[in-house]
Design a protein around this ligand. Structure first.
Ligand code: TAP
Length: 479
């Protein structure tokens, strides 16, 4: 197939005003943390973007106290309609500053600008708009009698969708009348800190949103703080289990959004070219750093060769490189540690006997990169079929009957998402009923909307985010 050469189409970084160092955002102001500062680097160039303060236990304590004061004196007394006005204001500012946020997200995270520009930032604003609409209607949201906030919410988020995960957390918490202390991931703190500026610009009362930066120890300090009423965590199943253990026996409520190993299931009557697009979007969107990524392709045996052939041809056209280039399909892997994990798991795939293929594209000389990779001949016992790789790596398995597809799809400790590709509506409904997954997409994949609940079964966690269901964990009900 002829290769098209694309001229570079870089997005300008002039819209972003990076500081050399950032403090913590506590009680409406930026303050220095008392821990060692750390560097946030660009994963595509390894260049240092900024120094960021690390929050110690004492800093987390100050943030929780600020959140408590804001809760008791201001936010819990404000009418829902007034809280909604602040959320609408934040949503509009996110839209106005969308380009700045998109460029900063791509710089700090390594994701392609076309994704941060067209997916992450618009969806983040949409979550604020959507939850703003609920703020004065909570009594009509079927949440139970007399819905009221918990108080101070602690929130810890991962690095794969930094601003979007922040919006999934902060928007419903504020709409329901809680105040928050949020920790972004150590490798991607910059858009959360820019969001803190948005809170100032929106005149949000001091202490309603507090952002504390740092690594796992800062997250643990939030989890352990006795002043936290509810926790919301998105991240790995391992850390989620630790959190569940540390809060057992306390009065803290929690929602855990954890890992996944989704099956994307293609039947022989599926429109193959559309399915191929869905498979590519399912596993290579955001470098495969997606909890609900379709990382296990289950394809019906009679079309397996055809699907794999067309899939490889399509993957051959994907462009890997500069995240700020508007033509880039696959950006940089977020960190050296994540790259090492992907390498280790793909080596295990080879040594366990699966057949490895990648698109052979050239990779930049600095930064963290991984070619889009496909493993065929994968069996269910292989580590690459069981463990979350969280990278641009697809494992292909086959099946003969719908029953076998269901059995294989459900053969995982996770249960976050699944995809079904078939022309038969009855089969879609039957499969969706059998699959143990929180989200099931039919003839599409990785579609997100703030009105739609998202969350997992089994080791993918508990609680839902998004939609009316996403408000539930943030309220108490009853007398
Ligand atoms: P984790 O290592 O679990 O980190 C998630 C967050 O928890 C980070 O902010 C991390 O801080 C912090 N953390 C680490 N140790 C902690 C501790 N002991 N106590 C409290 N907080 C702690 O996950 P990750 O590697 O960043 O993210 C990838 C994982 O997130 C994948 O498994 C993915 O599937 C999952 N994920 C799930 C969803 C949903 S909605 N289910 C969405 C996105 C991602 P540092 O990073 O700063 O160390």
């Amino acid at each position: 197939m002829p290769k098209f050469e694309y001229a570079p189409a870089p997005e300008s970084t002039s819209v972003v005003d990076l500081e050399t160092s950032y403090g913590l955002f506590i009680n409406g102001e930026f303050v220095d943390g008392h821990g060692e500062s750390f560097k946030s680097i660009s994963p595509s160039s390894e260049e240092v973007l900024a120094e960021v303060s690390e929050a110690t236990d004492a800093d987390v304590d100050a943030a929780v106290k600020a959140a408590r004061t804001a809760y008791t004196r201001v936010w819990s007394r404000m009418s829902g309609a007034d809280r909604g006005k602040y959320l609408y204001r934040i949503a509009r500012i996110l839209q106005e500053r969308a380009r700045e946020f998109a460029v900063l997200e791509s710089l700090d995270n390594g994701k392609p600008i076309k994704e941060s520009r067209d997916v992450d930032i618009p969806l983040a604003a949409a979550h604020f708009f959507y939850n703003a609409g609920w703020a004065d209607k909570l009594e009509y949201a079927s949440l139970g009698a007399n819905p009221r906030p918990h108080g101070v919410v602690g929130q810890v988020i991962p690095w794969n969708f930094p601003l979007l995960m922040l919006s999934w957390k902060i928007a419903p918490a504020l709409a329901t009348g809680n105040t928050v202390v949020l920790k972004p991931a150590e490798t991607t703190p910059l858009t959360a800190l820019l969001f803190a500026e948005v809170c100032q610009q929106a005149d949000l009362p001091p202490g309603v949103v507090n952002i504390v930066t740092g690594a796992g120890a800062t997250g643990q300090a939030i989890v352990d703080h006795p002043g936290i009423d509810k926790l919301a965590f998105t991240g790995s199943t391992g850390v989620g289990k630790m959190i569940a253990r540390s809060i057992a026996g306390t009065r803290k409520k929690a929602t855990l959004e954890l890992g996944g190993k989704a099956a994307n299931i293609v039947f022989d009557d599926a429109p193959i070219d559309q399915a191929v697009e869905g498979i590519v979007n399912g596993i290579f969107f955001n470098q495969g750093h997606v909890c609900c990524a379709g990382s296990r392709l289950l394809v019906q045996e009679s079309v397996a060769d055809e699907v794999t052939r067309r899939l490889k041809r399509r993957i051959g056209t994907l462009r890997v490189g500069d995240p700020l280039d508007k033509n880039t399909d696959i950006g940089a892997i977020n960190s050296r540690a994540q790259l090492d994990r992907i390498i280790a798991l793909t080596e295990a795939g080879e040594s366990e006997g699966a057949e490895r293929w990648d698109n052979g594209c050239e990779l930049p000389s600095s930064g963290f990169w991984f070619r889009p990779t496909v493993f065929t001949g994968v069996t269910q016992t292989h580590r690459i079929a069981q463990e979350e790789i969280f990278g641009p790596v697809l494992s292909v398995l086959t099946f003969r009957t719908p029953q076998e597809a269901v059995a294989k799809a459900n053969n995982t400790p996770y249960g976050l998402s699944a995809g079904i590709w078939t022309e038969k509506g009855s089969r879609i409904l039957w499969m969706a009923d059998q699959l143990k997954a929180g989200v099931v997409w039919a003839n599409t994949f990785n579609k997100f909307d703030p009105t739609s609940p998202f969350g997992g079964y089994k080791e993918s966690g508990y609680g839902r985010e998004g939609g009316r269901h996403g408000l539930e964990p943030y309220v108490r009900t009853g007398a």
